[in-house]
Ligand binder design. Structure first.
Ligand SMILES: [Ca+2]
Ligand SMILES: [Ca+2]
Length: 395
C-alpha cells in the first residue's frame, strides 16, 4: 500500500506529532475529504503555523529529479527535466540564478563555462572575468553579465563528461531554460502523463545576488504567482544552502521551505561562524523548524560512510528532524561507482554503475521522506520496490 503523501505527513507532524503509523491512518481520513482544504495547525514550537500543506503529489517518499534526469542528459535543460518526468520523478529540480535583466534561469551556478558553450563564443570573449562569490574567487562567464536574449544563444553541455560520456551526445543541442519555462513544462508534462509534477526550486547565492541588485526571491515568487503556484497547496518546495533568504521567504510565502545542509565542515555563506554540523544537531534542527518545513542534508549526514568508505549506520538526524516536524530529503543519489560507498561499487571503473538499489534501500529504511537523484528511474524503481516490501508498515 502507498504511504501518505508527504504533504499530509507535514500537516500531521505539524499539528500533533503523532507516530508515523498513526499519521498514516490519519492520512486516510484526510484523503477521504479533508486533503483539499487548507488546514492550519500549530507548529511544534507552538507558533501559529499556516504553511502546513495537504497533498502535493501522490507518491511517498518523493523522488526529486536532481537538475532533471542529469544522469542521462546535460543538466538543467528542458530535455533533462522532461526525461525525469517520463522516468517517474515526482518533482523536477531547477537551480535558479539571474540574468542581467533580472530573469531567473536554470543553471547550477551563475558561472556557466562548465555547463554551456560560452567559452567557444568569440562574441562573448570579453565577458570573461574574475569575481568573488561567497568568498571564493572564480574566473569565468557569469549569468548576471548576460541579458536573457544573449544567454538564449548559448547551448548547454554535459558538466561531468569524464563520467558521463554518453550525455555529451547532447552537447550543443539545448538552450538554457528560464524558470518560467521549467514551471510551464511541469504543468504541461504533468497533464500529459496524468500526474501532478512538482517543482523543487533552489535559489543559488541569494546574498550575492542581493549585493548586485538582482534579488532572487521577488522574481521567483512573481513567476510562481503568475503560474498559480504561490499558494499553500501548490506542488512546490523552495530550498537554499543559505539561511537568511529562507527566513525572508517564510514571511513572503506559504510554500514549504527546505534548509539544505551541506556535508563536511562548512556552513551557510550568509552565516559566518555557523556550521552545517551545528545546524544538523537536535538544537540546530529545532531552530530550522522555526522558519522551514524540511531539511535537505548531504546524504552522509543521514548515513555516514565508515573510515573505509563503506556505508555506515544511520545517525539520529532523521529522528531529530521528524521530532520537530521537519521533512528529510537528502541529496544526491547517483548510480555511478564513484558516488557510491566503497562496498556498493562494482568493478573499478568510476563511471560504471554500482549497487545503487542497495544504497536507496538503506536510506528508505532510515526513514527519509524523499531524495534527490540524478537517475530518477532507478530512484523510482527503488522507492516502489521498498513500498511494496514488508519493510514499511502498511498505511
Ligand atoms: Ca540544486
Ligand atoms: Ca533577496
Amino acid at each position: 500500500m502507498r504511504r501518505p503523501p508527504e504533504g499530509v505527513l507535514v500537516l500531521v507532524r505539524r499539528t500533533v506529532r503523532m507516530p508515523l503509523a498513526a499519521a498514516a491512518l490519519t492520512s486516510l481520513a484526510l484523503a477521504a475529504g479533508l486533503a483539499s482544504s487548507p488546514v492550519a495547525g500549530a507548529a511544534p514550537d507552538g507558533r501559529a503555523k499556516d504553511r502546513a500543506a495537504p497533498t502535493r503529489v501522490d507518491a511517498y517518499p518523493i523522488v526529486v529529479g536532481h537538475r532533471g534526469a542529469s544522469g542521462y542528459r546535460p543538466e538543467h535543460t528542458l530535455e533533462s527535466y522532461r526525461l525525469a518526468i517520463a522516468m517517474g520523478a515526482d518533482y523536477i529540480e531547477p537551480d535558479v540564478v539571474s540574468t542581467s535583466d533580472g530573469v531567473l534561469v536554470a543553471r547550477h551556478e551563475n558561472e556557466i563555462s562548465g555547463t554551456t558553450d560560452v567559452f567557444t563564443r568569440p562574441e562573448f570573449a570579453d565577458r570573461q572575468t574574475t569575481k568573488t562569490i561567497d568568498g571564493k574567487a572564480l574566473t569565468g562567464w557569469f549569468t548576471e553579465d548576460f541579458t536573457l536574449a544573449e544567454l538564449k544563444t548559448l547551448r548547454a553541455k554535459e558538466r561531468i563528461p569524464e563520467l558521463r560520456q554518453e550525455n555529451t551526445l547532447y552537447d550543443g543541442r539545448f538552450p538554457v531554460p528560464t524558470l518560467q519555462e521549467v514551471v510551464e513544462l511541469a504543468k504541461t508534462e504533468g497533464k500529459r502523463v496524468g500526474r501532478t509534477i512538482g517543482v523543487y526550486i533552489e535559489t543559488k547565492h541569494p546574498t550575492y545576488f542581493d549585493s548586485i541588485g538582482l534579488s532572487l526571491e521577488e522574481p521567483l515568487l512573481a513567476t510562481l504567482k503568475r503560474a498559480g503556484l504561490d499558494r499553500q497547496t501548490a506542488p512546490v518546495f523552495l530550498q537554499s544552502f543559505e539561511t537568511g533568504n529562507l527566513r525572508e521567504l517564510d514571511t513572503l510565502t506559504k510554500l514549504p521551505l527546505v534548509q539544505l545542509l551541506g556535508g563536511g565542515s562548512g556552513g551557510p555563506a550568509d552565516r559566518t561562524g555557523t556550521t552545517y554540523n551545528e545546524l544538523s544537531t537536535a538544537a540546530g534542527l529545532r531552530e530550522i523548524a522555526s522558519y522551514a518545513d524540511g531539511v535537505g542534508p548531504d546524504k552522509n549526514r543521514v548515513i555516514p560512510r565508515t573510515a573505509a568508505g563503506t556505508l555506515g549506520t544511520p545517525t539520529s538526524l532523521v529522528a531529530d528532524a521528524h521530532a520537530v516536524g521537519l521533512l528529510v530529503h537528502p541529496y544526491t543519489f547517483r548510480n555511478e561507482n564513484v558516488f557510491l560507498p566503497t562496498d556498493l561499487r562494482v568493478g573499478t571503473a568510476p563511471d560504471d554503475y554500482g549497487k545503487a538499489f542497495a544504497e536507496y534501500e538503506a536510506f528508505f529504511r532510515a526513514g527519509i521522506d524523499g531524495l534527490f537523484s540524478d537517475n530518477p528511474d532507478t530512484a523510482v524503481a527503488a522507492r516502489d520496490a521498498f513500498n511494496a516490501s514488508a519493510q514499511r508498515p502498511a498505511a
